[in-house]
Ligand binder design. Structure first.
Ligand SMILES: Cc1ncc(COP(=O)(O)O)c(C=O)c1O
Length: 426
């Protein structure tokens, strides 16, 4: 890591009030980012501001109501910039990614139809495939087909995807990056298959969003979902939805005045203005990370996420290979990693690492990480279908984000080496 990176990470850390200790005062290293990141100070301040000052509902001709509408409008526009969406009319907000996935599934039940099938993979978070399990179980659609993944690297078996897709495939659903192993999906390849079969393509970008650049136009996808609490912001999620999908959609909605290209076409009930305001601050933060222009810009986002990606790749290399001071995860005896470990393949993975110890169970290891080293490593089930496919009911998981330092990565590795050396209890 060069000194520019060190300075940038130090500057980033100043934006996160709880970066190195929790509210009890305990010093800790936060690596449970896959489950939810730390929160940006500006995002929390904006949430508070909007909660107090814009609590009125929309449609009133008075200050607080107009402020509420303005906040929601500007938040939607900010998210459009993050997604690179052609219009903020394509941005829909939901309480969680799970809800947005469910609403999209329900809206597409007639489009998929009783003879239609959906193709997805064994790398998915349950929330992405559960809507189609529900539609199949209740007779709305014919089938949900899941493509196999590699048992070591968790890469999707593209040949199997090709076998599963046929002329009745109406939709392909895939995660941009596995929340279990950090393995990325070749979205371009799926897009080709979707186009060849006239199918829609929905991408779950929840785990990917804090690690890489989103561009819903390249390749052109039909939906892309993110959760802001994984991206330094509030609980609450957003989806880009293409005009193409909106034209096919038959959603459950309750707004008598809505139209296909309006938030309330998919959004059920009154929106929380605080989520919009807080999320806008996340986009602003990303826009100004490398050069401070003050506003929100696509070029600023591209710059910062390009830097972010290369910084996280460097941390990933350190985690896998180690350096002069510490061995890498690959070289620590008794550690069994799930996911890509080949340094030449770093571009195919993000900065999430899952593993088990051969000498100690996950819950005991988790406690040692926390109690002896003050590191948040979480074991168990991470709501991913791959747990079943790979017969790994529980794994320990860490995710490194832009505020994590090289020094933190080394401390994690040293703690891992210590735990791996504990005598096995049978
Ligand atoms: C890849 C992925 N998709 C979807 C979700 C569900 O997100 P939410 O909690 O917003 O429903 C998660 C949450 O962990 C996730 O990691």
């Amino acid at each position: 890591m060069n000194s520019d990176d060190m300075n940038r990470v130090a500057e980033i850390r100043r934006h996160f009030p709880n970066i190195d200790r929790d509210i009890s005062g305990k010093e800790r290293i936060f690596l449970d980012n896959g489950a939810g990141s730390l929160v940006l100070r500006e995002a929390a301040d904006a949430e508070y501001f909007a909660r107090i000052n814009a609590s009125a509902n929309v449609d009133g001709h008075y200050y607080e109501s107009e402020l509420n509408e303005k906040i929601i409008k500007e938040g939607r526009e900010a998210l459009a910039t993050l997604f690179n969406s052609p219009s903020s009319d394509n941005i829909f907000q939901g309480e969680s990614a799970s809800i947005l996935s469910f609403l999209l599934g329900i809206a597409l039940r007639n489009y998929i139809g009783k003879d239609g099938n959906v193709v997805s993979t064994y790398n998915e978070h349950y929330s992405s495939v559960a809507p189609y399990m529900f539609l199949k179980k209740n007779g709305y659609i014919k089938d949900l087909r899941l493509a196999k993944i590699d048992s070591e690297t968790s890469e999707i078996d593209l040949e199997h995807v090709k076998q599963l897709v046929d002329r009745n495939t109406k939709l392909i659903v895939a995660t941009a990056e596995s929340n279990l192993t950090g393995t990325k999906t070749p979205v371009n390849e799926l897009k080709k298959l979707a186009d060849e079969n006239d199918a829609l393509l929905i991408i779950d970008g929840v785990h990917y969003a804090p690690q890489d650049l989103i561009n819903v136009e390249k390749p052109a996808v039909d939906a892309f979902i993110v959760s802001m609490y994984k991206l330094f912001g509030p609980r609450g999620s957003f989806a880009y939805v293409s005009d193409n999908l909106l034209r096919q959609a038959d959603p459950y909605n309750i707004d008598p005045f809505t139209n296909r290209f309006k938030g309330s076409f998919m959004e059920l009930g009154t929106r929380d203005q605080a989520i919009f305001n807080s999320s806008l601050e996340v986009v602003k933060f990303l826009s100004n990370l490398i050069e401070n222009h003050g506003g929100i810009s696509r070029s600023g986002i591209e710059q910062s996420l390009t830097w972010n990606k290369s910084y996280l790749a460097e941390l990933s290399r350190l985690i896998l290979e180690g350096d002069d001071e510490t061995p890498g995860l690959k070289n620590i005896e008794n550690v069994r990693i799930l996911g890509i470990t080949d340094i030449k393949e770093l571009h195919k993975r993000g900065s999430t690492f899952s593993f088990n110890f051969k000498n100690i169970d996950d819950s005991k290891a988790e406690r040692i990480y926390w109690e002896k080293f003050g590191i948040t490593v979480v074991g168990g089930n991470h709501f991913n279908v791959a747990h079943d496919f790979l017969s790994r009911k529980s794994v320990l998981r860490v995710t490194f984000l832009m505020y994590n330092t090289k020094e933190e990565a080394r401390k994690f590795l040293k703690a891992t080496e210590y735990i791996a050396s504990i005598e096995r209890e049978d």
